[in-house]
Design a protein around this ligand. Structure first.
Ligand code: ZN
Length: 345
């Protein structure tokens, strides 16, 4: 069977022939139906400094996917052949103290699918049963595939109160766009976002009532102050831009929270920390998804709260056209791109 692979330590990706995997104890084999392309996959494609330091070629990529269970390994409980599931990309040792104390999202044993071990961009894949998250049939395949990424947004948004609150999102990449949709579904009183890309602003307009502000405009901060004179209840920092974090802290109301998902290119960022102290602000780092609270919240949002993220899926392509998908993503002309693996064999 074919797989989408970083076959050598250089830019690009290739479709290569790979062996069928055997199913070990505690594992399941999936018939992969859809895969969603992530910014991480683009880093691997471009072979940037991060990818060079982290990826051991050859490596089959793909950590956001969904499919049907077709084989169970020894000792697997709670899953059956025929179940529809989606991938959680963080593989953790279920016996580790971090996982057992509810800190699975920051577990020190974590290996990431499609990064540290071979991933799921192929017609059939074997993964730990724990990483195959049951998903209701009512969730569209293309949405089911991207739950690993959507879970990052669910984790960030639901890090604090949302209903009747004023939420400012800094940065509207796919996770920021998901966050906007979740805030609206949860009944936020006001949602605003800072973003520089006109393309991404247009995607946000399709989600509903999001106040869009270009932070390069001279009156950006004044507009945020005008919308919420007492300050914003929560800032969801999705941009990885130090100036966005600083702006968020200045416009945060006393007692508010800043939930930080965006990674900063420079490890050291300066911030007016005395302002955070005098505001009694809470600054929370967000990584991955809480195992498994975030997945339960996501199921509730998708099946009971009417969360619709389909406007953020801008392209659905056959997996054979993956090169085209990466070119589109590279140009920044996409929300989420979903690949169909049905005929990839
Ligand atoms: Zn991802």
């Amino acid at each position: 069977m074919k797989a989408i692979c970083k076959s050598r330590p250089a830019p690009g990706l290739e479709a290569v022939e790979v062996e069928e995997q055997a199913v070990g104890p505690g594992e399941v084999k999936l018939q992969v139906e859809r895969g969603s392309v992530c910014g991480t996959d683009l880093h691997i494609h471009r072979w940037d400094a991060w990818a060079q330091s982290r990826i051991q070629a050859p490596r089959i990529i793909g950590h956001e996917f969904c499919g049907t269970v077709i084989e169970l390994g020894e000792g697997v409980e709670g899953l059956q052949v025929g179940d529809f599931v989606a991938s959680e990309s963080h593989i953790v040792d279920p016996a580790s103290p971090d996982y057992r104390s509810g800190l699975g999202h920051v577990d020190r044993t974590t290996k990431i699918l499609g990064v540290d071990v071979d991933g799921g961009f192929r017609p059939r894949v074997v993964i730990p049963a724990l990483n195959a998250r049951p998903t209701r049939d009512s969730v569209p395949r293309s949405v089911a595939a991207l739950q690993d990424a959507l879970g990052n947004a669910v984790h960030t948004v639901m890090d604090g109160e949302v209903k009747d609150r004023a939420i400012l999102i800094t940065g509207l990449g796919p996770i920021g766009l998901f966050a906007a949709a979740i805030c609206l579904a949860l009944g936020a009183r006001r949602v605003a976002a800072t973003e520089v890309s006109a393309y991404r602003m247009d995607l946000a307009r399709r989600l509903g009532d999001v106040h869009l502000i270009d932070p390069r405009q001279a009156d950006a901060e004044a507009r945020l102050a005008e919308l919420e004179p007492d300050g914003w209840d929560a800032v969801l920092e999705m941009s990885g831009r130090p100036e966005a974090l600083a702006l968020g802290l200045r416009r945060l109301r006393p007692g508010g929270r800043i939930s930080m998902l965006g990674l900063y290119p420079d490890a050291e960022v300066s911030l007016a920390l005395n302002d955070a102290i005098f505001k009694g602000a809470r600054l929370q780092g967000i990584v991955g998804r809480r195992l498994w609270q975030t997945w339960h919240q996501m199921d509730w949002l998708l099946t009971e709260k009417g969360l619709d993220v389909s406007p953020i899926i801008t392209h659905e392509l056959p997996a054979a056209e993956f090169q085209e998908a990466f070119q589109i993503l590279d140009r920044g002309e996409a929300g989420k791109i979903v690949l169909d693996f049905t005929d990839f064999d």
